[in-house]
Design a protein around this ligand. Sequence first.
Ligand code: SF4
Ligand code: SF4
Length: 401
Amino acid sequence: MRTFLSEELKETPEGREADQILRSCVHCGFCNATCPTYLLLGDERDGPRGRIYLIKEMLENDTASRETQLHLDRCLTCRACETTCPSGVAYNRLLEIGRAAVESRVERPLLERVQREAILRTVPEPGRFRLLLSLARLFRPLLSPALKKTIPASLPAGEAWPSARHPRKVLLLEGCVQSVSAPRINLAAARVLDRLGIQALPAAGCCGALSHHLSREEQTLTTVRGNIDRWWPAIESGAEALVLTASGCAPTVIDYGRLLKHDPEYAGKAEQLASMALDISTFLERQDLDLIRPAQNDGPLIAFHSPCTLQHGLKRAGSVEAMLTRLGFKLAMVPDAHLCCGSAGSYSILQKDLSRRLLQQKLKCLENEQPAVIATANIGCLMHLQSGTDRSVKHWIELLA
Ligand code: SF4
Ligand code: SF4
């Protein structure tokens, strides 16, 4: 695609990067076929090719409108388009640049600003999120049935973390929402690792994905620097990896090196940390799984939902399914497994209608064979799926544990 970005813009790192990405798109439109928002709305501007055009126009003419903002907001950042694109267009990175450019050019209405601020001040802060959850429990009878299902009847009691010490150690990211609403997930991971002779050291903190996706770069970088400072002593004392049980965190942590590459104090550490970050499925694949293989596995039928961050962000489609099958679990066939469930970070709050429509579609596919359990690999998807079904929704590591 030919581009006409101003020389001034092309002199900036973002301008150069955007120009390169735009030029790699050949405008074929294959990506539209797997874009959930294009499939739902049928509007070219709600598909990847249209959004690429909107970003191109904005950068070339230095103008943006509420309309541009609306169509970029409606993108789930699911990255299904990247998986489909035959030309390898780095759509997600272009969208990050595009969203930041819109934010600096178009002021949002007051209600949207307040809503985003409220999300950023509560969700990534475990203390505040815990308080919010306690209040929600108090007013449980007044909540919608969907919301009720995502709120545990009582806050999960702290169960014991494995106490055995092993020479092999890894950091295990606790996360923000997950550490409050489903600490059982990391506990399950710690137990599985313990049985493999690996000690899990809890790494407190939010990965920064939420603020990053809402184009709050300064807040994201502050979060990342804080994480590095907190986790560094464990890395110096020999932790061999940073293991992540929420696939939604992994693409952001793996990007730490790029995010801080211009920071002389943190660039090296950020790069090293990023290179040590592994989704738990990747980490377990490299271990001797015979140590945890059940002699006989006659558990119930499981429908696995592969989060977009796992299959499109980390390019690990089918990996968890293959591991569960190898370990003897029975998996249901899930049609349209490449499509997003509509959770997508803060999307389920900010784009409620589209998010619910995607959820209904996804649950229909997941429940196709009447599974007893739905499993997934990301806390956001887990809570979102649970809001629409009475079936139990778990993280797959809980099944292993
Ligand atoms: S992003 Fe890829 S698939 Fe989509 S129009 Fe461009 S080249 Fe084609
Ligand atoms: S990231 Fe997902 S929602 Fe956004 S354009 Fe690509 S396929 Fe569509």
